[in-house]
Design a protein around this ligand. Structure first.
Ligand code: ZN
Length: 222
C-alpha cells in the first residue's frame, strides 16, 4: 500500500483506538495515551498466582488487570476489533520469548454455535497473533467445548469448575509437545486449568499459559 492509498483509506475508514475510540494513524494499533497508561498498569503472573497457587501448567504470563483501558480493549477484541489484540500479542510474545521454545500455540475454544453467532473467535485470533510474533505454528482442534446456554461470566465462582467440565479433549497424540495455551482473561483459572489438564492427559510434556488480562481484583474479593 502506498502513502496515497493509506491516506485515502484513513479518510474512508478512520482507524480508531480500541481502548478510547480516538482516531489514530493507519499504521498504529492503539493510541499513545492508552499505550502509556497500559504499560504503567502492567501486572505480573505472580500477582494472580499468589491467590491461585494450584495449577497444572508450568508458567503463566499475563499483562493487565481486567479494568480500564484493558477491559475496553478486551471487549473490543470480542467484537472482532483487532488493534488491542495485536498490541497485547506483541507484549505477550516479548515475555514468552524468555520461556524457551514451544511446539505450537493453541487456545481455549468456543462452541461451533457461538463461533457462528460471533463470526469470529477472539482467543483463536489472539493465538494466531502470538504464533506470528513467536514464529511458531498454531494448532486447534485439540479441545472441544460442548454446547450449553449458560455463559461462564454469569456463574458464581464455585460453579465455574463444573462449567469447565464442558471442555473435553479430542484424543490427539500430543506426546512430548511443549504447548502454549492462550485465552483472553484469566479469572478463577477454572477454564484454563481444565484445558491445560486435557492437553497434559493427551501427552503434552509441558503446558504454559498466556492471557491478556487477569482478574486480580475479582480474586481478592472472593
Ligand atoms: Zn486510546
Amino acid at each position: 500500500m502506498n502513502r496515497a492509498e493509506m491516506l485515502l483509506l484513513d479518510i474512508l475508514y478512520p482507524n480508531r483506538c480500541d481502548c478510547c475510540d480516538d482516531r489514530i494513524p493507519y499504521d498504529r494499533l492503539i493510541c499513545d495515551a492508552c499505550t502509556e497508561m497500559l504499560l504503567d498498569q502492567r501486572i505480573t503472573y505472580a500477582d494472580w498466582a499468589a491467590s491461585n497457587p494450584e495449577n497444572p501448567w508450568e508458567t503463566g504470563t499475563v499483562l493487565f488487570s481486567y479494568a480500564d483501558a484493558a477491559r475496553t480493549g478486551v471487549l473490543a477484541m470480542k467484537d472482532g476489533r483487532r488493534g488491542f489484540c495485536r498490541f497485547a500479542a506483541k507484549l505477550l510474545a516479548e515475555s514468552l520469548a524468555e520461556n524457551g521454545s514451544y511446539s505450537f500455540v493453541t487456545w481455549v475454544p468456543i462452541t461451533a454455535k457461538r463461533r457462528r453467532l460471533q463470526g469470529y473467535a477472539h482467543a483463536e485470533y489472539l493465538a494466531k497473533c502470538i504464533a506470528e510474533e513467536l514464529q511458531i505454528p498454531m494448532r486447534g482442534g485439540l479441545i472441544e467445548e460442548h454446547a450449553g446456554s449458560v455463559r461462564q461470566h454469569d456463574l458464581p465462582a464455585e460453579e465455574r469448575r463444573k462449567y469447565a467440565e464442558r471442555f473435553t479433549g479430542t484424543g490427539a497424540d500430543l506426546s512430548g509437545a511443549q504447548i502454549l495455551l492462550t485465552d483472553d482473561i484469566l479469572t478463577t483459572g477454572a477454564t484454563l486449568r481444565r484445558c491445560a489438564s486435557l492437553l497434559l492427559e493427551m501427552g503434552a510434556a509441558r503446558v504454559d499459559i498466556a492471557a491478556v488480562c487477569a482478574g486480580i481484583r475479582d480474586v481478592s474479593q472472593t
